[in-house]
Design a binder for this molecule. Structure first.
Ligand code: SME
Length: 165
């Protein structure tokens, strides 16, 4: 795999172009390796490098909770119950949630004071949520429908190549 490491070039891309550029990288990661932790870790790393969000990573479903998986960013809450916070709500509703201002989201779980907006996208395996992809920004209203569509493509790809569950 040949990853883009030139940040100047990355920063010259539009948001849509970044999503188009990273999809084959992420596909390569998931096709080359079966280990879930390795693949979630590298996927978080690619997303962090391209988008430089405050926090990006995964929570993985374990019984009735989401448990913190690989991520890039500050230390985060380790367990989230179904329906709780933005992550638990996206799991329960089985849909992407875009939050323009986390301080106005009822039940938002503040892992970091610096986070102001958030997007959570479920990953499905056999029509069941097995994980959520979570990204936080220090900017208000940072995520939009381009992010929702781009991250859904990534989550769908991960669900198709989710070998270990
Ligand atoms: N804010 C999330 C918790 C996870 S952190 O943002 C990393 C939530 O409300 O579910």
């Amino acid at each position: 795999m040949n990853f883009q490491t030139d940040n100047t070039e990355i920063n010259s891309l539009s948001k849509s172009e970044k999503y188009i550029a990273i999809l084959p990288f992420i596909q390569g990661i998931w096709e080359a390796e079966k280990n879930l932790v390795a693949n979630l870790g590298n996927t978080a790393a690619v997303l962090k490098q391209y988008f430089q969000w405050w926090w990006v990573g995964f929570y993985v479903v374990e019984n009735s909770e989401l448990v913190l998986g690989p991520f890039q960013g500050p230390v985060a809450c380790t367990r989230i119950a179904k329906g709780k916070g933005v992550c638990g709500a996206a799991w329960e509703k089985e849909e992407t949630i875009v939050v323009k201002n986390v301080h106005e989201f009822p039940g938002h779980i503040a892992c970091s004071d610096a986070s102001n907006s958030e997007i959570v996208v479920p990953v499905f395996l056999n029509n069941k949520v097995v994980a959520v992809l979570d990204a936080d920004s220090e900017h208000l209203a940072h995520f939009d429908e381009i992010d929702a569509a781009g991250l859904k493509k990534i989550a769908d790809l991960m669900g198709r190549l989710w070998y270990q569950k």
